[in-house]
Design a protein around this ligand. Sequence first.
Ligand code: IGP
Length: 267
Amino acid sequence: MNILQTIIEKKKLEVAEKKSIMDIDFLKSLNKNFDTKGLSLKQRLLNGQPNIIAEFKRKSPSKGWINQHIHIGEVVPAYEEYGAAASSILTDEDFFGGNIEELKIARLEVEIPLLRKDFIIDEFQLYEAKAYGADVILLIAACLTKEHVKQLAVKAKELNLEVLLELHAAEETGHICDEADIIGINNRNLETFVTDIQTSKDLIKLLPADRPVISESGISDIETIIALHNLGFTGFLIGENFMKASKPAVAFAEFMKALKKQKKLVF
Ligand SMILES: O=P(O)(O)OC[C@@H](O)[C@@H](O)c1c[nH]c2ccccc12
């Protein structure tokens, strides 16, 4: 089994267990705004600027612990303060050291769109994402059939969640459906965990021009952002580059300062 298959097998058990102790009515009762629209990441990505979606990620299968003990309240508010267009919160516990409760903490602290970053295989997780305050959910083409993507995306829209559909290979472009608000190109192959920015450069040419496209993973310098922005990307999902610093807030603030300076030169 490759890493992605291992994660998905574990995720099926996790979801089954949660479903056995929690029902959808209970999830709805957790959020007084359950039936209202969230914040739109799609709208922000249409501003034409290079928008940064800054991720809170403690651990990953490829790197092990990145920042084991940091508190989310020390990081995500700083992401907002220094100009992140949105934040991505890893909620997978076993492989990424995250927690759904942290999504709620972030929701109480910031007013930028929040992406629930997890391996979504069941609509129960969509209700859960909404209950804990997410605005956007991730669907990963590499672990879902085309039909399953469609079904989960329709349900997400019904729950007023935006849909980020993640692709990694040309064959997966067939999974794109009308409900996918944003397309993400993951530079990391989730079977081998190797990252290559060329993936973004190659795949954007194959995508419909009718919705925003973001580049995900392995981004650590301004030059890459500028190059990808010139190819049409308006969002950049970055985690490790900030989280590996002992103070991710400071690393993010410095990165944004450099990006703003560079933008003046280029645009
Ligand atoms: O830490 P990085 O290399 O900047 O990557 C962030 C993000 O793209 C990555 O965490 C990610 C992209 N797609 C995923 C799917 C599941 C888990 C994690 C991910």
